[in-house]
Design a protein around this ligand. Structure first.
Ligand code: DCP
Ligand code: MG
Length: 471
């Protein structure tokens, strides 16, 4: 049973807000939103697969000898102050016995698919936020499976039984509150926030817990004497809005538990990219291009895997002094072919100061579904233009399909650009790409890749994408 409407709980100064509180005023039952988030995801998968690591401080991340960073830390490791995004070298200093493992993205992706499939048994309204977390809206399915609390327990049990992993679950009337709830008792957490409890839960939380309040805004709010969500809620809405504009209204609403965002199962991915920090700043243009080629292949593969293609290619470069620049180019036609993306990325790299780079990345945006029909008008009114284009790309498409079959059978790391093969040890970083490179690459892979690289050389002479691949 839900508690009383939470407007009854509001202190008198906030009564004016009751008008804008749909949940408070509605006679409808509060929607049941679940937020499910796996505990220490990558690290837990590794411990599951090697039970001798149970109870040890385990991390997944880049090597401590270079500039690697921690991706995931087990809760045992967190006791030493080790957490995601911490440089691995610092993690090792804080915890000399740390077990540091390289990431295995294929494994995490496959567990993620399993977990998302479990969610979809209970509702079609599943909005994945990352590999290990999602919002679910189970409003209206109560007669089938029970209320949010019951479904939350069932999902946790299914995940544990079928994957051997532990998830934390939050249940609440809104997305924001459900996410707060799943985080409250982590790990192995379960928390339901009922409307009557919203103020009690929110008031003591640090204001930085509000979605959209980053470190800079936290500082500004702290300077105004606002430390907690309760402090923010007690400010006049107009004051917050005059200082922070639309963001002010948004965070003030959240501080009152107001969040009208719906769970959106079709949330469109805006872009897909890949970037790496090098172990030592890298200035050799040929080497940078080689890394860029592997990133483009990886990004393109993921786009094809997701049934997407995109038109804008963006290159990101960070210099030794942390100055960061981006360069973009939009293609006439969308693509999801590595050599096409690489042809543009290479051009963009030439437009960046030729100083040593600390980080290099590439992303593709303006994404669309591969099934979306192409406009013939893009081919300058020439109806056969598309067919000619498809014909001239058929070799590239066939080669790409062969590579994808290899990747799907043996894992993504089986395919890396020929020019990166045979380097016994990477002299410098780009950890993930090179660490995944098998000792001996099959000849077939190399020859296909060499062909792809050659193809990409000619990529700028014709329209930059066939646009239909993967349909
Ligand atoms: N991740 C990463 N780099 C980061 C943060 C996260 O690579 N800076 C990866 C590794 C995490 C996974 O994403 O395992 C999920 O991120 P979460 O923020 O959910 O963190 P965890 O699942 O590791 O821990 P928990 O959710 O228990 O806090
Ligand atoms: Mg998690």
């Amino acid at each position: 049973m839900l508690g009383p409407p939470f407007c009854e709980e509001l202190p008198p100064t906030q009564e004016f807000l009751a008008d804008s509180l749909p949940l408070a005023m509605s006679t409808e039952p509060a929607p049941s939103i679940l937020h499910v988030d796996m505990d220490a995801f990558y690290a837990s998968v590794e411990v599951r697969d090697n039970p001798s690591l149970a109870g040890l401080p385990v991390c997944v991340g880049g090597p401590a000898s270079g500039r690697g960073v921690i991706s995931a830390a087990s809760y045992e490791a967190r006791k030493f102050g080790v957490h995601s995004a911490l440089p691995s070298a610092e993690a090792r200093r804080r915890c000399p016995d740390l077990v540091l493992l390289p990431p295995d993205f294929d494994k995490y992706t496959s567990v993620s698919r399993q977990v998302m499939a479990i969610f979809r048994r209970y509702t079609p309204l599943v909005e994945p936020l990352s590999l290990d977390e999602a919002f679910l809206d189970i409003t209206g399915t109560e007669r089938l499976f029970g209320d949010g609390e019951e479904v939350g327990h069932m999902i946790r049990a299914d995940i544990l039984r079928e994957t051997g992993l532990v998830a934390s679950v939050g249940v609440a009337p809104t997305k924001f509150l459900a996410k707060i709830a799943s985080d409250l008792n982590k790990p192995d957490g379960f928390c339901v926030i009922r409307p009557a409890e919203i103020r009690d839960v929110l008031d003591p939380l640090p204001v930085s817990k509000i979605f959209g309040v980053g470190p800079r805004m936290t500082q500004k709010l702290n300077a105004l004497g606002v430390q907690t969500v309760g402090d923010l809620a007690s400010l006049q809405r107009e004051d917050v809005s005059s200082r922070f504009g639309a963001t002010g209204i948004w965070i003030h609403d959240l501080a009152h538990g107001i969040d009208n965002r719906r769970v959106n199962p079709k949330r469109e991915e805006k872009s897909h990219g890949m970037e790496r920090t090098f172990a030592a700043d890298l200035s050799d243009q040929a080497e940078l291009r080689q890394f860029l080629l592997s990133f483009c292949e990886e990004v393109a593969f993921t786009l094809r895997d997701k049934g997407l293609r995109g038109r804008t290619v963006t290159l990101k470069a960070r210099f030794g002094d942390f100055r960061t620049v981006t360069r973009s180019k939009t293609l006439d036609y969308p693509t999801n072919l590595g050599p096409r993306i690489f042809a543009i990325a290479k051009e963009l790299l030439q437009r960046v100061d030729q100083q040593p780079l600390r980080l290099l990345g590439v992303s593709v945006s303006r994404l669309e579904d591969v099934r979306r029909p192409q406009q013939q008008s893009l081919f300058n009114g020439n109806p056969s233009g598309r067919d000619q284009w498809m014909e001239s790309n058929s070799r590239l498409i066939r080669a790409t399909e062969s590579l994808d079959r290899l990747r799907k059978r043996h894992g993504r790391g089986i395919v890396i650009p020929g020019s990166l093969v045979g380097r016994a040890q990477p002299s410098r970083g780009a950890e993930q790409v090179l660490e995944q490179a098998p000792e001996a690459q099959p000849d077939l892979t190399n020859s296909l890749l060499e062909r792809l690289e050659q193809e990409s050389e000619g990529g700028n002479k014709t329209p930059p994408s066939e646009g239909e691949y993967g349909a």
